[in-house]
Design a protein around this ligand. Structure first.
Ligand code: 4AD
Ligand code: MG
Length: 432
């Protein structure tokens, strides 16, 4: 007899198999018991007919508790009533580990309760579907950048200086020195790109941001590609191609997960169509002002209402280009035609999910970069190595960072970023 995973049921129709898993749910009548079995690969229905099994197996099935771990043996059958399409007719049922009083029942629970039980909540079918989409975005990311000739470089997590806003640094001690958890691997990726031409990183990043919104995590994962000898335009094209590729990956590989999440494939299909619309920062300000955003003046950074309004104006992700220099990071290259702007872009996801990518052309001139470091009040000695990159064969280069969790939240069509990562770190939450 084969020990199989539920996901492979289609290859075992009418065959006797063994499955190890957990009882996700149960209902029964006098003559028949239904156990919803999950094994990590999928969920499906187990059917136990009283007249077909030993007395003790049927009574075990009737009394078994939610989340008991079990070994089941039975025959795989097609099940046209379920979207999954298969079920198992159980003959043998053995308990591996008991479960008593499992706290997450099929009834409604509040968010705090679920977050306190995140270690268990992960077992539910909705969370399972979201994690499958996350996994696919990760898989497609590696595939995409490998196909495009990038190599993965891992920047450090413990760093001595800031890559982004210095007010959002997590401080720690590095023996007798100060250290910070990485906000972005970008500066290191700029060093790497001068060695390898096209690189990407994929790792955790940390922001001590006092933001409590449905888009903000304290610890999140970022994909940061960096390219040497590219223009702003080429970087924008890479961004849209990448985002379309991961959406296509989810459409190709996560049909069942999308079904569980009630996510309309038609909506996602639009996002695989290139190009994505673009609008300059100046045009975005105009658009907002003409539509009743009275507080919006040239020079402000957009908040979530502004981003959502702009996003709703288009039916695909939109790239907002060239923001004022004063509100963006020190490393961004000044627009050669406008000294008040930098060559950058934010990609705003549709449907109100906010910014998923931030990217820019990098200042490649030694003197200009040094001046920016001083203007931002940063210590030149911390950035000496970074300035070196402009001393020895500096080249035009650009890159961007895509936030994994915001992207998963958007593609999955879920409400809050906290469900897009297994163990979210949020303002006021580090448990479990
Ligand atoms: O726009 P950000 O801050 O850009 C950078 O860090 C650049 N150094 C990236 C680069 O050019 N290599 O962050 C990039 C993306 C955002 O667009 C967003 O998707 C995500 O990271 N992000 C967050 N996601 C969840 N929670 C937060 N607190 C986030 N902050 C940024
Ligand atoms: Mg940003």
């Amino acid at each position: 007899m084969d020990r199989i995973r539920i996901i492979d049921s289609k290859n075992y129709v009418e065959k006797e198999v063994e499955i190890s898993g957990w009882v996700a749910n149960k209902r029964s009548s006098g003559k028949i018991a239904f156990l919803e079995i999950r094994d990590g690969s999928a969920y499906f229905q187990g059917v136990i007919v009283k007249s077909e099994v030993d007395e003790e197996i049927f009574s075990l099935a009737k009394s078994i508790n939610q989340e008991t771990s079990v070994l089941v043996r039975g025959t795989i059958q097609e099940d046209s009533r379920s979207k999954f399409g298969y079920e198992i007719n159980i003959h043998q049922l053995t308990v591996v580990g008991e479960s008593e009083g499992y706290p997450i029942t099929p009834k409604e629970h509040g968010t705090d309760f679920l977050m306190d039980h995140r270690h268990l909540w992960l077992r539910s079918s909705k969370q399972h579907a979201i994690m499958q989409i996350r996994n696919e975005v990760i898989r497609a990311t590696y595939e995409f950048f490998n196909k495009e000739g990038f190599i993965k470089v891992d920047p450090p997590i413990l760093t001595g200086s800031a890559a982004e806003d210095t007010t959002e640094l997590f401080h720690t001690e590095y023996f007798d020195q100060d250290a910070y958890l990485s906000q972005s691997g970008q500066l290191y990726m700029e060093a790497a790109v001068m060695a390898f031409g096209k690189v990407f990183s994929f790792g955790p990043t940390f922001r001590a941001e006092k933001s409590k919104t449905r888009r903000h995590l304290i610890e999140f994962w970022m994909i940061e590609p960096e390219m040497a000898f590219v223009t702003h335009e080429e970087s924008l094209e890479m961004q849209e191609k990448y985002v379309a590729y991961i959406v296509q990956g989810v459409l190709d590989h996560c049909d069942h997960a999308l079904h569980v999440l009630n996510r309309d494939r038609k909506v996602l299909e639009k996002y695989t169509q290139l190009p994505y619309p673009r609008i300059s920062y100046d045009e975005a300000v105009d658009l907002l002002q003409k539509n009743g955003f009275e507080d919006v003046e040239w020079g402000i950074d957009f908040g979530s209402p502004e981003e959502t309004f702009i996003a709703n104006h288009f039916d695909k992700p939109v790239l907002i280009l060239n923001y004022p220099k004063a509100i963006k990071a020190f490393y961004m290259k000044q627009d050669p035609e406008r000294d008040d702007l930098v060559l950058c872009a934010d990609m705003i996801a549709p449907e109100g999910y906010g910014e998923i990518i931030g990217g820019s052309v990098r200042e490649e001139d030694y003197e200009k970069l040094k001046q920016r470091i001083h203007e931002f009040g940063l210590k030149e000695e911390d950035y000496e190595w970074y300035l070196d990159l402009r001393k020895y064969g500096s080249v035009p280069h650009a890159g961007f960072g895509l936030g994994l969790e915001r992207t998963v939240t958007w593609i999955a069509g879920i409400e809050h970023v906290r469900e897009s990562i297994p163990f979210p770190r949020l303002l006021n939450r580090i448990y479990p």
